[in-house]
Design a protein around this ligand. Structure first.
Ligand SMILES: [Zn+2]
Length: 211
């Protein structure tokens, strides 16, 4: 092999290495943006799907505005009913997601509407600091009402499924647009056995291809 060819191969190798590094940095940035740095934008919701072995974990997070049309703590009977209804709808996992290629059974789920509802309800997965904050607010209703005006709040749900043959899963159909008209787009990120992808879903394209 000539020296020149060796040099070129070495260069190609370095270039390939460089691209791998660039790619992993970009992916890490995307993950950071999907995480705590995620902006709260009305109309936008977030979905994270993780497929591991025969199990699927799905997390949904949305500005409450998209789901119930307000972000303050519900006071009127109408608002309280809207928040409770939203929780019931999100709990009906089979109306929220359809798995294509396999059959999945729900193991457990939690829906958190505490951002807009003061009533204690069972969601063991709620962040502790958030609960503490709510408790504090409950003791000081008046001050809370005043600060509510420009406060934002989220509604979230988490689902854990066990599937017959997760390897055959090809896509997940997301019905959230039909259930909640306030959702315009869902930023979706999926992970599956070392692979990952990101897609923004809309009412016209509500399907996540996972492969
Ligand atoms: Zn908001």
């Amino acid at each position: 092999m000539g020296q020149r060819l060796k040099d070129m191969l070495a260069l190609l190798f370095l270039f390939g290495l460089f691209m791998v590094i660039v790619q992993s940095v970009v992916i890490r940035q995307a993950q950071a943006e999907e995480g705590s740095l995620e902006a709260h934008v009305h109309g936008m919701s977030d979905l994270t799907i993780a497929v591991e072995g025969g199990e699927i974990e799905i997390e949904f997070e949305s500005p409450a505005m998209n789901i119930v049309g307000f972000e303050y703590k519900a006071q009127s009977a109408r608002d309280i009913e809207a928040a409770e209804r939203a929780a019931v709808v999100l709990e009906q996992h089979d109306k929220v997601f359809t798995f294509i290629g396999t059959t999945c059974e729900l193991i457990d789920s939690s829906v958190d509407v505490s951002g807009v509802l003061n009533v204690a309800h069972d969601d063991h997965d709620t962040h502790d600091d958030h609960d503490a904050h709510d408790d504090h607010d409950a003791h000081d209703d008046h001050e809370h009402e005043e600060s509510d005006t420009d406060a934002h709040s989220d509604i979230s749900a988490a689902y854990h499924f066990s599937c017959d043959n997760a390897l055959k899963l090809s896509a997940i159909q997301v019905h959230l647009f039909k259930l909640f008209e306030g959702i315009d787009e869902i930023r979706t990120m999926w992970l599956r056995e070392g692979k990952q992808g990101a897609i923004t879903l809309t009412s016209k394209a509500p399907r996540v291809d996972i492969r």
